[in-house]
Ligand binder design. Structure first.
Ligand SMILES: [Ca+2]
Ligand SMILES: [Ca+2]
Length: 284
């Protein structure tokens, strides 16, 4: 695995902006010789929290040369850049967009029988080579999350996967080469299992309940979110009504009891219905 550096990382602050730059990068080993050289590389992350939160990551490499791997694959690029953006309002909708820009980028691959100029603005997940254990994807975009409580987008400008590929002089090779990776993501606070002692430590319309993933400690949960998945659904309102009517025990839905006094009342149902209509309370 060749992991291009530099790397810029940021954890959510109020608004943040970080950048990292390197010049004259060279990566290789005794077996491979010089594998990758880059004249200039930059990665940056920036974004903001709040009602309209955003997370943006960019990676750019200029004058990139990936030397001929066993005379099978070579890449030369004036500039290869990727950008990943995730933005939106927590617990309502988060959206992701990604892009890759390849300026004067030439791929040489034996399977293509020569040189191919890669598109400047390739569509997402454009497969340029797939065969003989070699797969090359440009503008690869990998999305994770439910787009409500969390969303992450990874954009790889160029992703070369080798699966037992036969490379002259190097033998049988498996591995991944990723050039220009950007990762952007937002995770809503309600998903971060905020620890609490009682409901006063939590946001409005949240209860403090035992954390099933950490015995002996409590976490905040949206009132009515019996299964703690970050959303209140109508079957959970039914479960709360069953507790009020004495059909079910309060332990069947601990998040039904906002103030933690062991009883579920009508105002708990009102809060749970608000959580359905407005989304679980959360802050970025
Ligand atoms: Ca739920
Ligand atoms: Ca109560």
């Amino acid at each position: 695995m060749v992991d291009p550096i530099p790397e810029a990382l940021a954890e959510p602050g109020s608004a943040y902006s970080r950048e990292s730059e390197m010049v004259d990068l060279a990566i290789g080993s005794e077996e491979t010789g010089q594998l990758l050289s880059v004249n200039w590389a930059r990665s940056s992350v920036f974004g903001a929290r709040g009602e309209n939160a955003s997370s943006i990551a960019e990676a750019e490499l200029s004058e990139l040369q990936l030397s001929s791997l066993g005379a099978i694959i070579a890449v030369a690029s004036d500039s290869a850049a990727s950008r990943a953006t995730v933005q939106g309002t927590c617990c309502t909708s988060l959206t992701a967009t990604g892009a890759t820009t390849l300026a004067d980028t030439v791929l040489e691959c034996l399977l293509l029988q020569g040189q191919v100029e890669l598109p400047v603005d390739p569509g997402p997940n454009t497969v340029v080579v797939d065969g003989a254990g070699i797969r090359i994807v440009v503008n690869e975009q990998i999305l994770r999350g439910d787009a409500v409580g969390e969303l992450e987008l990874v954009v790889n400008a160029i992703h070369i996967s080798l699966d037992e590929a036969v490379l002259d002089g190097l033998g049988i090779v498996s591995g991944e080469i990723v050039i220009g990776r950007s990762t952007a993501g937002l995770t809503c606070e309600s998903r971060l299992r905020t620890p609490c002692e009682d409901a006063a430590d939590c946001l409005d319309r949240q209860a403090c309940v035992p954390d099933p993933e950490m015995s002996g400690s409590n976490r905040c949960a949206c009132v009515g979110d019996c299964n703690l998945d970050g959303r209140v659904r109508s079957n959970e309102i039914t479960a709360m009504i069953n507790i009020i009517n004495g059909i079910a025990d309060v332990t069947t839905c601990l998040a039904a009891d906002q103030d933690g006094d062991g009883r579920v009342r009508a105002n708990d149902i009102t809060m749970a219905i608000l959580n359905i209509n407005q989304g679980c309370p959360a802050q970025l």
